[in-house]
Design a protein around this ligand. Sequence first.
Ligand code: SF4
Length: 511
Amino acid sequence: MSYWRKILKPLLADEIGTIYQHAPTRVALAFPNRYSVGMASLGFQVIYRMFNQEEDFACERAFLPDDVDAFKQSREFLPMMESGDPVGNADLIAFSVSFELDITNIIRFLELSGLKAWRTERDDSDPVVIVGGPLTSSNPYPLAPFADVICIGDGEEIVPIIAEAWREAGSREEFFELLEGRPGIYLPDRMAHEPLWATAPKEKLPAFSQIVTPHSELSNMFLVEAQRGCPRPCTFCLARTMYGPNRNNEADDLLACIPDWVKKVGLVGAALSDFKHTKYVGRTLTQRGVKLGVSSIRADTVDTELAQILRDGGLRSFTVASDAASQRLRDWMKKGISEADLLKTAHITKDLGFSGLKVYMMIGLPPENDDDITELIAFSKELSKITKVAMGISPFVPKRHTPHHADPFAGVDVIEKRFKRIQKELRRDLELRNVSAKWAWVESVIARGGPEIGKAAYLVKDNESFSAWKSALEQTGWRDEFADNQVTLEMTPGQVLKPMPRDVVLGGVGD
Ligand code: SF4
């Protein structure tokens, strides 16, 4: 039995909202990760609907199999979801990439589709490969060796540009000519630098789900975007730059997007508690018997009314971000959250019967030292006396388009040592989960690298590990331009004692 019949067809049977369309131009909308992860991406779902709304276009989805090795052995080509036809039959393959570490999955995806990964090795008989998604806004350069077209910014603005150019063009080259210079379009073969991001006007929002499925990581949840961008100044965060200017949607527009049959709604937004309609929309939905889902809420904006609405919407645990080990570090990166805010949230949620508090934490900020970790441990113990705490700890990964773009990565050894200390001293008080320091280092390299990182990704794609990445990077001649930069708490985030090399901010372009 084919992979499509055995694995994908049963998934299709459980979906609501699938679009089956036939048209002269076929688009394979590709998510370089599993079905369950891709279907939880609101951006991916929006692009699916938008391509299908274009005249003469039919868009199908395609995902990486859960078990890539088993699929390889089957010797099939990767199929599109709706028809089961091979991805290679599409005219355009449009990737939506959210995470740095998915770069190797793009290569695997193309090869499982029977295509060459390198742009320069494909020809007119192959589909045009387009790459978009949050990663391209952060750093498109490692993707340059593989993509014919890179889209940077809001898909609502870019999909019509691509469709129009494709309809008008008589050839692949003409298609690229028509795209060159358009907002948010980066053609690695023709342009030295990334363009300005394309920003959708408010009239094209809100974004909302097309398909609801129990097999998404957000099982059966209908997503609707309350706001895009963020008005806050937290220096480490890409939400304030990557998603463009802050745009808030109207409450009635959000509610109008949600079909009557929906039982679970996820409100999407970088700082939902700053969104002035969160309480109204939340209350309206819970009164209809709809369950609510939200990401984290800023602790400084939590009050009893908001927590009550979320509890009535079925939330059992409450999530906030502390984001730095000590108050001096939170102040340094302009987080705007105090210990008092976190303690207040713990009390409110405990009193309302939430099962516990999830706290996001980052360690490895450049000015961090052992005293900051001591403060983190002492404060976490205090918090866990109020309510059950689960803490997710991630290493700080400096990103382009933030004031931290030239900050050094703290180092795998330093972060692992601090993790160990935190685990030793807190394991009896709270639940701890940490992101691997080694993979955070790889993420930091991809996040600020150039096309040479794409070449390293190609070298590791069949046998990916931390040590494989290290030796592949050595082979490509990569060196850490930021390692010796020094940052102190006295400086504004982003200032470094040593001037950074000129090509660093733009990632070093050129194959
Ligand atoms: S951390 Fe939150 S509040 Fe701060 S800029 Fe990012 S999304 Fe906005």
